[in-house]
Design a protein around this ligand. Structure first.
Ligand code: PLP
Length: 443
């Protein structure tokens, strides 16, 4: 399968090029040249298939021409060494729990898949010294760092905004060592993202080192996120007789850079029967404003309790425009928006916990509330529970008034020693640093 750039100013790229480059030469994002529609027989039997079987079917549709079936199946198996269960929270509203992976957030799926696909191409092509640059507002860094840890031929630089990610999140990418370097940037997440983008555009830098991105713009990261939409649907069919007759599923996606939502939209175009989507935002509600006005006005992000969604200029927005040929009306028919301030997040976490016993994280809270407010009687709602609440322990403890337990997987990270390098948000300084760092590494 080939990939085109959303800016349409560059030739088509194969999978390897799209994965290794991340961003197209014209600064556009890669999109699959066609979206395969899965056969009716697949949907007829989907509730009898395992997660692995479902994911293989979807993966094969996209990557089957580029990666041998047995290898692809193994990549899927290694990626999904954990489940994504659907759990009922309140009447007709379900959480799709995406936090059972190694870093307890949904980004494990995309990051683990991408690391393995990149590793496959490195081995196949004999590539050397691929450098992954990743900007993170919290969870991307940990998922990517852990997904790539110890993969030969790859060095990962994680850029994160100093003082703006939780201690637990920070420990997940600053304590690893090996092929992972954490860079603590004096600035915001948008500054980190801008540094990464500038690096890809810098000619001199790209002549000296092979750079790639592991942000959700990478096709090998965002496409596999469609796997769990299908798996969620299969689980719902098994749980909910009513749904079987009506097929009125609504997915609600807590959104930051909109990679997760885009993967859901693609699943729908592959034939998954989804009635509509909701993009749940915190106060950084640029997308909601776009839906309301037709105008896209990026603005600096503001800090909120749901900090992985503190994004002022969502990178995958152009993919959504592209999917619907820039037609605002079509987009508003398929996706609605929602915005949730910090007080409302607190209230939602607290009330949901008290009334149902289900503990939301701040991101999932935005998703749950958006469904609660808009679900119609003939709809079944699923919100993506994108991270485990313990990743935001301080916030959650304060809201519910007691100390929640930290899962074993997280405790291990917290015992490690922090190793990070502080840099300003100045591109020249960043560039000098990685060139020097590369020389020291590979001398
Ligand atoms: C990254 C992240 C999001 C936002 O996902 P996007 O794909 O960037 O929209 C939401 N919640 C959590 C916990 C995250 O880590």
């Amino acid at each position: 399968m080939d990939y085109y750039s959303t800016n349409k100013q560059t030739p088509l790229a194969g999978l390897q090029e799209a994965v290794v480059k991340g961003l197209a030469a014209d600064k556009g994002l890669f999109m699959p040249e066609r979206i395969p529609v899965l056969p009716d027989t697949f949907f007829e039997q989907i509730d009898r298939l395992s997660f692995h079987e479902i994911a293989c079917e979807v993966a094969h549709a996209f990557f089957g021409e580029d990666i041998e079936p047995e290898i692809l199946s193994q990549i899927v198996r290694d990626t999904l060494n954990f489940d994504t269960p659907v759990v009922e929270v309140s009447e007709n509203i379900y959480a799709l729990e995406l936090f059972h992976g190694p870093t307890l957030a949904f980004k494990d799926v995309g990051a683990r898949f991408m690391a393995r696909v990149l590793g496959y191409f490195i081995r196949k092509q004999g590539l050397k010294e691929v450098n992954v640059l990743v900007a993170t507002s919290g969870d991307t860094g940990s998922a990517v760092a852990n997904g790539f840890l110890g993969v030969e031929g790859i060095h990962v630089y994680v850029l994160y905004p100093k003082g703006k990610v939780s201690t637990i999140q920070e420990s997940q990418f600053t304590t690893l060592g090996k092929n992972i370097t954490a860079l603590e940037i004096d600035g915001t997440f948008d500054d980190c993202q801008a540094l990464v983008k500038s690096a890809f555009m810098d000619k001199a830098l790209n002549e000296k080192m092979l750079l790639t991105s592991a942000n959700s713009i990478n096709v090998a990261r965002f496409l596999p996120q469609s796997f769990y939409y299908f798996h969620a649907y299969a689980q719902l069919l098994r749980k909910n007789e009513y749904l079987r007759r009506n097929n009125e599923v609504v997915f609600c996606v807590p959104s930051g850079n909109f990679g997760n939502l885009t993967a859901g939209l693609i699943a729908q175009q592959m034939g998954l029967p989804v009635k509509r989507f909701i993009a749940a935002n915190n106060k950084n509600d640029i997308f909601l404003q776009y839906l309301l006005t037709g105008q896209y006005n990026p603005r600096p992000s503001v800090q909120t309790l749901a900090n992985a969604m503190d994004v002022g200029d969502p990178s995958n927005f152009v993919r959504i425009l592209d999917l619907y040929h820039h037609n605002h009306e079509t987009i508003t028919q398929i996706i609605s928006g929602f915005s949730c301030d910090d007080d409302t997040i607190r209230e939602t976490v607290k009330t949901c916990y008290e009334l149902t016993g289900y503990l939301l994280d701040p991101h999932g809270a935005c998703g749950y509330l958006a469904l609660l407010r808009s679900l119609q009687p003939n709809e079944t709602g699923v919100f993506l529970e994108t991270a485990h609440p313990a990743k935001f322990k301080d916030t959650i403890d304060r809201i519910i008034g007691k100390s929640i337990e930290i899962p074993e997987k997280l405790q291990v990270f917290m015992k490690g020693k922090k190793q990070s390098i502080e840099l300003s948000n100045d591109f020249q300084q960043f560039k000098d640093f990685i060139l020097l760092h590369k020389k020291i590494q590979y001398k």
